[in-house]
Design a binder for this molecule. Structure first.
Ligand code: S3P
Length: 440
């Protein structure tokens, strides 16, 4: 049995040229669109994390073929509206993305399914997805807003125009996926650009989808009743996973790391823009398009950073990176203030609270309001703390990175949770020279 805890200790000279595993958001979508397509879809670089595998199992339970074939994954689609097998209970583990996107699919198919997840997922709000899906015709047992729930789809969905009340790509995607099953056009209006992988991939699979508007407010419209064609998808490296390695290289002395083939979609790189403003020696090299998404090799070396103000408008483009940005900020000179963080309260944990508690436990001066975080940087950080991860993979990884730069080691209480998004994390970090070990 691998140990449940990991300990990170002061490290320097991280060196190497590596790849991070495939992007989590794109991996979920590749499996899902593959299952809705006719014909087969071959996926290279699929992230084989607990979250993504749970989505694969759910699609199998609904009748799609999902199997590993050598280095690739192959999905044998059932066509839009063709998922008819009674799946019993679908367990999405820790995954909000899997659960919410799949609710959009369940809405448009003639199935009844019990949907559940782990303790963390069963605390998270589902009403944000269920409200528009109910309008379209999804039947939900009871009035509940949290899992477990039993959902019954319909082959008679109603198309809607839905204005997102929260900036959430998961909600946008669930409505668009349900819209594929409705006659006519379904539109989602967003005020701030959230990650656009669903739109991009729908187009790639041949759906009739269009986006109008400027960089800010956008309307995304999908036409139902069309056919998706099985396609070959290459999943680029996950910028949200690369963020931990980049942060570690910045904060440790004598480090120089290149991460190859990382997604640099503009809706995902707010963290990297912020690091550049902080003075990071960080460059995107060899920029190119792979499978319809922009990618680059990210080169980063040890840097003296300065605190900055991170505007609320940037939050959707770096929503998963605040815990690691908070850790980086602890080692910067001066204060970093992050605004617009209300969505952090409903992630795998209350991420604002977990991040603040971890920083304070490690001797960092920090404070929070309902929707903001302030971190005061210092030349040395005490560390020497045991961190409660609250079943949150990103809290686990962020505080292990803090332990690489602090005076005393940092222990996290739940190592297996890291496999939610980045099973290779500890091994890759060790390969670069980081001291991260199992502990009792
Ligand atoms: C995701 C969207 C984000 C993000 C999550 C993945 C997606 O959630 O936090 O890790 O793949 O659509 P919200 O859409 O709820 O902000």
């Amino acid at each position: 049995m691998p140990s449940a805890k990991l300990i990170a200790s002061k490290s320097n000279g991280l060196q190497g040229r590596i790849r991070v595993p495939g992007d989590k958001s794109i991996s979920h979508r590749a499996l899902i669109l593959g299952a809705l397509a006719t014909g087969s879809t071959r996926i290279s670089g699929l992230l084989e994390s607990e979250d993504v595998l749970a989505t694969g199992r759910a699609l199998q339970a609904l009748g799609a073929g999902v199997e590993r074939d050598g280095e690739q994954w192959c999905v044998f689609g059932r066509g839009v509206g063709g998922l008819t097998r009674a799946p019993g209970t679908l367990d999405f583990g820790n995954s909000g993305t899997g659960a919410r996107l799949m609710m959009g699919i369940l809405a448009g198919n003639d199935v009844t399914a019990a949907v559940t997840g782990d303790e963390s997922l069963c605390r998270r709000p589902m009403g944000r997805v269920l409200t528009p899906l109910r309008k379209m015709g999804l039947n939900v047992d009871g009035e509940g807003d949290t899992l477990p729930l039993t959902l019954t789809g319909s082959t008679d969905l109603i198309p809607i125009v839905y204005e997102l009340p929260v900036p959430s790509a998961q909600v946008k995607s669930a409505v668009l996926l349900a819209g594929l099953h409705a006659p006519g056009e379904t539109s989602v209006i967003e005020d701030a650009p959230t990650r656009d992988h669903t739109e991009r991939m729908l187009q790639f699979f041949g759906a009739d989808v269009r986006s109008t508007g400027d960089g800010g407010r956008k309307t995304i419209t999908v036409k139902g009743g069309g056919v998706l064609s099985g396609s070959d998808v290459t999943v680029p490296g996950d910028p949200s996973s690369a963020a931990f390695l980049v942060a570690a290289a910045l904060m440790t002395e004598g480090s120089d790391v290149t991460i190859e083939g990382v997604l640099i979609n503009p809706t995902r790189i707010g963290f990297y823009e912020t690091l550049k403003e902080m003075g990071a020696a960080l460059t995107f090299e060899n920029e190119r398009l792979e499978g319809g998404e922009p990618v680059a090799d990210i080169r980063v070396s040890s840097s003296a950073l300065k605190g900055v103000d991170v505007p609320a408008a940037r939050a959707p483009t770096m929503i998963d990176e605040y815990p690691i940005l908070a850790v980086v900020s602890a080692f910067a000179e001066g204060e970093t203030r992050m605004q617009g963080l209300e969505e952090l309260r409903v992630k795998e944990s209350d991420r604002l609270a977990s991040t603040l508690a971890g920083l304070v436990a490690c001797g960092v001066e920090a404070s929070a309001t309902d929707d903001s975080l302030r971190v005061v940087g210092a030349p040395t950080i005490a560390g020497g703390a045991g961190i409660e991860t609250h079943m949150d993979h990103r809290i686990a990884m962020a505080f292990l990175v803090l332990g690489l730069g602090s005076e005393k080691s940092v222990v996290i209480d739940n190592a297996p949770i890291i496999a939610t998004s980045f099973p290779e994390f500890a091994g890759l970090m060790r390969g670069l020279g980081a001291k991260i070990e199992e502990t009792g």
